[in-house]
Design a binder for this molecule. Structure first.
Ligand code: NAP
Length: 329
């Protein structure tokens, strides 16, 4: 019998085990145009916290009593669609479960890329790598020579930002929580690293970037955004990707330096990965090349078993992951 994590009530603050339940469910019959998929890898992502709230956003909220959804890579078991055959590896959005019957139109067959593992399509060749690529190069219009500051730099999106920025000739300052993560960010090629748990962000950023920053890639919001505002040079560009600091509290942070937006003509550009889907070809070309040349590397934090999925998700908010957080089934 297949099993899936269901939302049983909407979390208030940090989600708890009482908000979700792992339970069996029935698969629909395999009709024409449908494909039976057994999941191999599940993605857990910070944006899923927002989908647990009953608010209108760029993706609809999860429904109470229904399975949670998310990115997944699976293997076709049986197909009633000519485009898919048993053994095909596919990318789809029916995560948080071990198997599912999925419409063929909702599946993407993974391209065969030598040396690339299927789970890379949930990381550097998927949502998080694509978010880093389009956010840095398009939303922030980052260019060679820019001084780039990126928060959550040891995470999935942030680690890709560091490496893409270095591949494109930028100076990179990354922030992360704790010495081990900072060492990882240095390994990725960052020119300077800030441990935001070790002292004032503004002071540490001022020391790392005495002439200020041209680009800020925001994964965290709050004090990180404020420090970036404090150190922004004229015409700085901010890619506002995520604000994980506030996902559970829902509280906006006071921005002491927000008025510098005016004097320094700072551009704040929010964006969503899916805005750039028509340009995925550029992303696969460049990211595929960087991976093949070794300029972009992946480190995943892997949790084994469907039972661990909810804890893996919670771990995103306590910094339990270095690189992409994945569940292996
Ligand atoms: P991730 O960075 O791999 O994991 C989250 C990391 O955030 C944690 O490891 C932790 O690292 C850090 N963090 C958690 N709570 C924090 C806090 N209160 N203050 C500072 N840091 C905190 O996750 P991801 O998937 O790559 O996502 C990164 C950001 O991008 C998120 O904000 C996400 O919502 C956003 N995102 C946006 C889009 C888009 O289309 N706009 C797409 C994907 C992701 P430390 O241990 O270093 O604190």
């Amino acid at each position: 019998m297949p099993n899936a994590w269901h939302l049983v009530k909407r979390p208030n603050g940090m989600p708890t085990a009482a908000d979700v339940e792992l339970r069996a469910f029935d698969l629909p019959p395999l009709a024409d145009g449908l494909v039976h998929v057994r999941n191999r890898w599940l993605s857990v992502d910070p944006y899923m916290r927002g989908r647990m709230n009953d608010v209108k956003s760029y993706v609809p909220p999860f429904q109470i009593g229904q399975p949670l959804e998310g990115g997944a890579v699976g293997e076709v078991v049986e197909s009633r669609d000519p485009a898919f055959a048993p053994g095909d590896m596919v990318l789809h959005m029916m995560g948080w479960r071990d198997e599912e019957v999925v419409a063929a139109s909702a599946l993407n067959k993974l391209p065969a890329m030598p040396g690339v593992e299927p789970q890379a399509f949930l990381g550097n060749l998927g949502l998080t790598g694509g978010t880093a690529y389009f956010g840095l190069l398009e939303a922030a219009s980052a260019k060679p020579g820019d001084i780039v500051f990126v928060s959550a730099a040891a995470g999935a999106v942030g680690s890709a930002v560091v490496q893409i920025a270095k591949a494109r000739g930028m100076t990179v300052i990354g922030s992360a929580g704790g010495a081990d993560k900072c060492a990882f960010v240095t390994e990725l090629g960052a020119d300077a690293v800030i441990d935001y748990k070790a002292g004032s962000l503004v002071k540490q950023l001022a020391a790392a970037a005495p002439d200020g920053i041209d680009v800020y890639f925001d994964n965290v919001g709050g004090d990180h955004l404020d420090a970036a505002l404090a150190l922004a040079r004229k015409d700085a560009r901010f890619a506002i990707c995520g604000m994980i600091e506030g996902y559970n509290s829902g509280e906006p942070t006071q921005l002491r330096y927000i008025m510098r937006v005016i004097a320094m003509r700072i551009r704040l550009q929010g964006f969503i990965y899916t805005d750039y889907l028509p340009r995925l070809g550029d992303f696969y070309r460049d990211m595929g090349g960087w991976i093949a040349s070794g300029q972009v590397k992946s480190r995943d934090t892997v949790v084994d078993g469907l039972e661990g999925t909810f804890d893996a998700f919670l771990g995103l908010f306590s910094g339990a992951n270095t690189g992409k957080m994945l569940v292996r089934l």
